[in-house]
Each structure stands twice: as C-alpha cells, then as structure tokens.
Design a binder for this molecule. Structure first.
Ligand code: ZN
Ligand code: ZN
Length: 136
C-alpha cells in the first residue's frame, strides 16, 4: 500500500497494485502551475485508489480553454485527479509518503523545458508526449 498526503495533511489517499512508472513533464503549463522545472506524476487504476480524507474539500481552478487543476483548499497542494478517460487517477508523485516502487520512465515535452533546467539520470527524453521522438 502506498499512501500520499498534501502539505497540510487534510487530503489523504492510498493505492495498491500496479501503477505506471513516473512521467516527468517539462511543458510550460506544468512548469507554471507547479512553479518548478517539471511535474512528476504516476497513474493508479480507479479500483486500486481510495481517498482517506479531504476529497470533499478539493478546489478546481480552470483556464478558459478548459485546462484545469485541483488543489487542497487549505494548503494549495496539487492533488490526484481522475484521468479524462475515467479509469485511473493521475497522482502527483511529490505527495507520496512512501516509495511507490516505480521509477522515472521518461521526460516529456523536453522541447518546452526551461533554459536552466538540466535533466539528470538515464530515463529517455522525448520531444513531446510519450510516443514522440526521443531526443536524449
Ligand atoms: Zn492541504
Ligand atoms: Zn505538462
């Protein structure tokens, strides 16, 4: 069982079973909304995921184009969101309180990374989304 929580602890969740590896997104939206170089996320299937607290206090922030993020309404931490496909939760890896057992699968939207962002490690680097041209 892997557990996660927001900065203030109001939002708590857990999941078990197989997850995806971690994807590091360097796109401009992830950079802006997180304030850091890249967003680290993994996905757990709907049936393996459970909210433990705070699910009724989440706040949604939306752009006019429909792009949105959900946050803890007390501390502003990003929180897991249901994938548009509906079968899985997208989980910000920084929220995890224990080792999920998976590692970084790759870096995506590397073409959009900040000029000061130096990507370390050996995971593949992709120009755009997973499936796009490998550039590092
Ligand atoms: Zn919080
Ligand atoms: Zn992104």
């Amino acid at each position: 069982m892997t557990r996660g929580s927001c900065l203030c602890g109001a939002v708590r969740f857990e999941f078990d079973g197989k997850t995806t590896d971690i994807g590091m997104c360097h796109c401009s939206k992830c950079r802006k909304v997180s304030g850091v170089a890249s967003n680290a996320t993994l996905m757990a299937s709907l049936e393996n995921f459970a909210w433990r607290s705070g699910a009724d206090t989440l706040m949604k922030f939306s752009l006019p184009d429909g792009w949105s993020v959900w946050r803890c309404s007390t501390c502003g931490s990003p929180v897991p969101v249901l994938h548009p496909g509906g079968g899985a939760y997208w989980i910000p890896a920084g929220l995890l309180d224990s080792d999920p057992g998976v590692r970084i699968a790759g870096h995506i939207f590397v073409d959009s990374k900040a000029p000061w962002d130096e990507i370390g490690g050996t995971a593949m680097q992709l120009r755009d989304d997973f499936g796009s041209e490998e550039i590092g």
